[in-house]
Design a protein around this ligand. Structure first.
Ligand code: FE2
Length: 342
């Protein structure tokens, strides 16, 4: 009788009294409904439950920072490498996104050991083919946006916008801070109006004749053309053309939606598995067809709306490390603010 009791005691000591849940917690700032379907597929395949915590990037970042080492977040998924880079600078991320599958899928300049690109986008120039000639655009670069020939003809959103912060950070990386400060002054002098509205509003302004050129991300034109944003935006999108800058030098400025591994992630292994899943051809096709982003991996085609209206045949900047967007973010804000960029 006593023997049994001791054995039972020993056995109970080694049997865990609770079972760790097979899950992964994703703090998600991407505002695409279709992403949810992708996470369901992952759960069906692996049995790993995805707890999706949706929110605005600022709110999610605050929560991750305040939870610190006790973070409930495993992955932070957001649009823009500048956001992932800034979170890294704040010490909220950890190493671990270095598996062979991730390294094989994502080119070096589009990842670090703490965050990786999961879908690409380019920030490009849209123009009115009625008011902008081919000769004017020939050899056009981001640097050329400061050329006085564009005086009163350019629209671009506010300096507080993360896409602009990253674009300007990339210019600082390539041309230095002093040159970029002078450039920002030229850009402000060329603005057709005080910056207002989102990327689609810039395209709308060119369509309405308020400006001749606009800076906006690639997927917005396809989104407008798809009709998902209504007939007015669809009609406006048809009135502009896309131009990919810096084709004769480093290539067009690229950015990503990124997945970052949070420090203190309670389900680190599952988080890595989920990132690997997001980089499979199946997931990549899901992204390109629903969000009109460019695939992160080779061998997957963008949406036909992107291929037919923006084209594929452009040189991407594969050299400028996207980690520089976070590193140069403060300097980018400084030069834009000094130039009076609202
Ligand atoms: Fe966006």
């Amino acid at each position: 009788m006593r023997k049994v009791t001791i054995l039972t005691l020993i056995a109970s000591f080694f049997i865990p009294t609770f079972v760790v849940a097979n899950e992964v917690n994703v703090f998600n700032a991407r505002h695409y409904k279709a992403d949810g379907e992708l996470y369901s597929k992952f759960t069906n395949m692996t049995g790993i439950k995805v707890n999706l915590i949706n929110g605005k990037s600022g709110a999610l970042e605050k929560r991750i920072i305040s939870e610190g080492a006790d973070s409930s977040a495993d992955l932070y998924i957001t649009a823009d490498a500048g956001r992932c880079g800034a979170m890294d600078a704040k010490g909220t991320l950890q190493n671990g996104l270095t598996s062979a599958a991730i390294k094989a899928a994502v080119p070096k300049s589009f990842r670090t050991s703490k965050w990786v690109g999961i879908a690409k986008r380019a920030r490009i120039i849209y123009y009115s083919p009625e008011r902008v000639t081919g000769a004017e655009l020939s050899g056009m670069t981001y640097e050329g946006l400061a050329d006085p020939k564009w005086k009163g003809r350019l629209v671009i959103r506010k300096s507080s916008n993360i896409y602009n912060k990253s674009l300007v950070a990339s210019l600082i990386k390539n041309n230095g801070k002093a040159a970029t400060a002078a450039w920002a002054e030229g850009v402000v002098a060329n603005m057709a109006r005080t910056p207002t509205g989102n990327d689609r509003a810039q395209i709308m302004a060119v369509a309405a004749g308020e400006a001749d050129i606009a800076v906006a991300n690639t997927y917005y034109l396809a989104l407008m053309l798809s009709g998902k944003k209504g007939p007015e935006q669809q009609a406006a999108a048809k009135k502009v053309k896309a131009f990919f800058p810096n084709q004769n030098d480093r290539g067009t400025h690229m950015n990503v939606s990124c997945a970052a591994l949070v420090k203190g992630a309670p389900n680190k292994a599952n988080a890595i598995k989920l990132v690997e899943f997001l980089l499979t051809p199946e997931s990549q096709e899901h992204f390109t067809n629903n969000t009109f982003e460019f695939p992160m991996i080779d061998g997957v085609s963008p949406s036909p709306l992107v291929v037919n209206n923006l084209g594929l045949d452009f040189k991407q900047d594969m050299k400028t490390k996207l980690a520089s967007y976070g590193k140069n973010q403060a300097a980018a804000v400084e030069v834009m603010t000094a130039a009076g960029w609202k």
